[in-house]
Ligand binder design. Sequence first.
Ligand SMILES: Cc1cc2nc3c(=O)[nH]c(=O)nc-3n(C[C@H](O)[C@H](O)[C@H](O)COP(=O)(O)OP(=O)(O)OC[C@H]3O[C@@H](n4cnc5c(N)ncnc54)[C@H](O)[C@@H]3O)c2cc1C
Length: 387
Amino acid sequence: MNYQEADHIRMLREMLQKFVENEMPRELAREWDQTNEYPAEVFAKLAELGVTGMTVPEEYGGSGRDIQATMITIEELSRRSMAVAVPYIMATCYAGMNLVECGSEAQKTEMLPRVASGDLLFAYGLTEPDVGADLASVRTTVVRDGDELVINGSKRFCSGAEICDYIYTLACSDKEGERYQNLSFVMIPPDTAGVTIERIATMGMHGAATTDVTFTNVRVPASLLMGGDAGWNNGWKMLAGPGLDVEKLEVAAIAIGVAAAAVEDAWEYSQERRQFGKPICTYQSIRHKLADMQTKLHAARLMTYHAASLLQQGQAAGVETSMTKMFATEAAKELALECQTIMGAYGYVKEFDAERYVREAIVLPIFGGSTAIHLNNISNWMGLPKR
Ligand SMILES: Cc1cc2nc3c(=O)[nH]c(=O)nc-3n(C[C@H](O)[C@H](O)[C@H](O)COP(=O)(O)OP(=O)(O)OC[C@H]3O[C@@H](n4cnc5c(N)ncnc54)[C@H](O)[C@@H]3O)c2cc1C
């Protein structure tokens, strides 16, 4: 499809496609999926391309904030493997975007150059055993003790905790305080005494393994409070700030990558597979499915690129990003299942990638705000009366 992309975006896409073919062949992607291991050496080569600097301003060693380019990088990496795409998000978005928007000057100066060189990853420690969508109710606590912060509690579904430099932890900093005004973010190195990490066996998203993290009297320097002293009790504003809109698009970009791979494989397979003397792509039931898949993929891309351009221009895009996240992830789920159907029994065996696309796609409507939460937000923000 012709997306009339700017020259630098077209060149970026071509460079990434070459990188994926050379450094992330299908056999390796299958291996990372099976072993659930992070290919650090491939990530280091990716960083050499300069793409981890695309959320970092030039004065901190990056190439300047380019949301469209960041989303296209996520899309191209996700076409092949979460084991590289998720760490890329952990660097550029979880670390880069949050530090740029919420970090103190000292934190930006120290950490952003490391993000730009692909040398600093955050894992998100938001969800807890009893806290999913309702993040303002987190029970993990942080208290100040002189020059240190003391953290206690547990985080669930923390992806990439084993490979990150900091677990970006949402904690209650004032138990008696008002809701939304009693939260802070602490950056906790995973090798700090008192941190324990245990893997959770998930269906997909392998490479940046999903984990349970427990904090028992964990002590870190107060300088690891996001935003410095001014960040105390300001966690909700940091969570619900402009970074939230970008986070929705990150998941949409993963969805587009997975959906594009599914459409591509089904398209190819339908031309190779012959039944009743002719390729199955000549049967109307298959042709219509493929045309429908291409249309939904195109729509998801246009929504994502449009929302990214709004954010790049600094415009408010809460509704657009919620619509995009919801549509793209639901479409990816549907398209991955359609790909599997077109490939028949071969869509069910591990030798082909169709079954992996399904495992990767079905989680996408769950995190980054579930479909139900985005539907709530869209109807509320567009002013639909509740009574
Ligand atoms: C593979 C994987 C990786 C993850 N990685 C991370 C990570 O790195 N860091 C992290 O912090 N979390 C992570 N998560 C957790 C993820 O963000 C949560 O699953 C998500 O926030 C939803 O929480 P929950 O699953 O507890 O669902 P719940 O919030 O318990 O919701 C359950 C159901 O109720 C619905 N629901 C809830 N509230 C409402 C409402 N108000 N209106 C309508 N419907 C509602 C939801 O849509 C859903 O269908 C990950 C999860 C998975 C599966």
